[in-house]
Design a protein around this ligand. Structure first.
Ligand code: ATP
Length: 219
């Protein structure tokens, strides 16, 4: 079954010259244990599509199904619960909680979802090279360290659907490759659906499928 299904998604943004269509009928599904790379040039609408998949933005038309459930058909509380328990997000703004340590940030999503596992969290921290930073606060981290915390926070909650927008964009090549491989390994091991945006053809080649967004449609 598709854990994530986007059906004929359309989205325009208002501008002074009138509405600008960004997504013009995008359909995409990601099955359990599969990793799909979303590519496309800057401004092609990749982040917009990911935000819609996450329920953070509403499409003008089309449906988003998570685990077979239509996001728009759920009441706000149900949508929030689905997002908390099922969907993991790694976005370009890392949205770490500034008042919490790295360790508490790593555990944050898992605690919200009611699946916190201290051992798994510690293992993730080690694999992400964060073990020595657990007592620090986000403002005391580099951009790449913050990015790894955001990835760890999402992975620690063992989401069934993981959406990631250039998740290794702030990391050097060797670190980025290792972190990318970890995301793929866990998604496959946990039978999660992973949809990620990447500008790297090399990283996209490591995924099960590559899709290209161009002219508002998937090519
Ligand atoms: N809230 C908004 N209001 C108006 N226009 C927007 C808004 N969000 C995105 N856009 C426009 O929609 C288009 C797609 O933006 P989006 O961020 O989805 O592209 P992208 O493919 O993720 O780009 P990049 O690779 O540079 O991150 C762009 O032309 C952008 O200017």
């Amino acid at each position: 079954m598709s854990l994530l299904a986007l059906e004929d998604i359309r989205k325009s943004f208002a501008s002074t010259e009138g509405p600008v269509p960004v997504l013009q009928g995008v359909s995409l599904s990601v099955d359990a244990g599969r990793v799909v790379a979303l590519t496309g040039e800057s401004g092609s609408g990749k982040s917009t599509l990911l935000h819609i998949a996450a329920g953070l933005e509403t499409p003008d038309a089309g449906r988003v199904l998570v685990g077979g459930q239509d996001m728009a058909a759920l009441p706000d509380a149900g949508r929030a619960q689905l997002r908390r328990g099922t969907v993991g997000l790694v976005f370009q703004q890392f949205n770490l909680v500034p008042s919490l340590t790295v360790g508490a940030n790593l555990a944050f999503q898992a605690r919200l979802a009611g699946v916190h596992d201290a051992g798994f969290c510690a293992d993730l921290a080690a694999r992400l090279g964060l073990s020595d930073l657990l007592a620090r606060y986000p403002e005391q981290l580099s951009g790449g360290q913050q990015q790894r915390v955001a990835i760890g926070r999402a992975l620690a909650a063992r989401p069934k659907v993981l959406l990631a927008d250039e998740p290794t964009g702030n990391l050097d090549e060797a670190t980025g490759d290792a972190v990318f491989a970890l995301m793929l390994e866990l998604a496959r091991a946990q039978a999660a659906a992973l949809l990620l945006v990447t500008h790297s053809a090399r990283l996209a080649d490591m995924c099960d499928r590559k899709v290209l967004l161009r002219g508002g449609r998937l090519a």
